[in-house]
Design a protein around this ligand. Structure first.
Ligand SMILES: [Zn+2]
Length: 169
């Protein structure tokens, strides 16, 4: 458990940001052990695909994904549904969010792994039949079944973990 230094909210172990106030949680030593397989070297020099271009400011984002290993933030805006995965050559269907710059291959992310969407005020997360599974707070999801997502949840695509922060404004 991680107690927020700012508002004393008790956050789930592994959280990088407070689910209550958004403060960065410090002293989280568990995250130091990162395994970077040699396969990820193949991605060196690859540029992000630009799928998120135009939404990088995050000002109008309805949610954002905070990658726990790299601290990267992926704001979700300008549309209500994003498929997530990893772009590789010759792939017929491209994911909206390409995670290959974030060690996705080494983490076991499938090409078309999961989808996150907004339905009214609800957030929905669904595994798209990925090889290594999709998790919410450590629980593996059944494929192709919609699960609701809450602010502060930690989701994982294979071993790639990220925290979901919902922008309620
Ligand atoms: Zn807090």
């Amino acid at each position: 458990m991680m107690v927020c230094p700012n508002c004393k909210h008790k956050n789930m172990a592994g959280a990088m940001f407070c689910a209550e106030c958004g403060s960065q949680l410090i002293g989280n030593n568990e995250l130091v052990t990162q395994n970077i397989a040699t396969d990820s070297l193949n991605n060196v020099g690859r540029k992000p695909t630009g799928a998120l271009t135009g939404s990088l400011s995050g000002a109008d984002a309805w949610a954002s994904l905070h990658l726990l290993d790299t601290g990267q933030v992926l704001p979700l805006s300008s549309r209500n549904e994003f498929t997530m995965g990893r772009i590789s050559e010759g792939q017929p269907i491209m994911p909206d969010i390409d995670l290959s710059p974030y060690q996705a291959y080494a983490a076991g992310v499938s090409r078309l792994h999961a989808v996150i969407k907004k339905q009214g005020v609800q957030l929905i997360f669904m595994d798209l039949g990925s090889a290594n599974g999709t998790y919410i707070n450590g629980k593996r999801l059944n494929p192709n079944i919609e699960h609701s997502l809450n602010h502060g949840d930690i989701v994982a695509l294979g071993k790639l973990k990220m925290q979901v922060l919902v922008n309620s404004s």
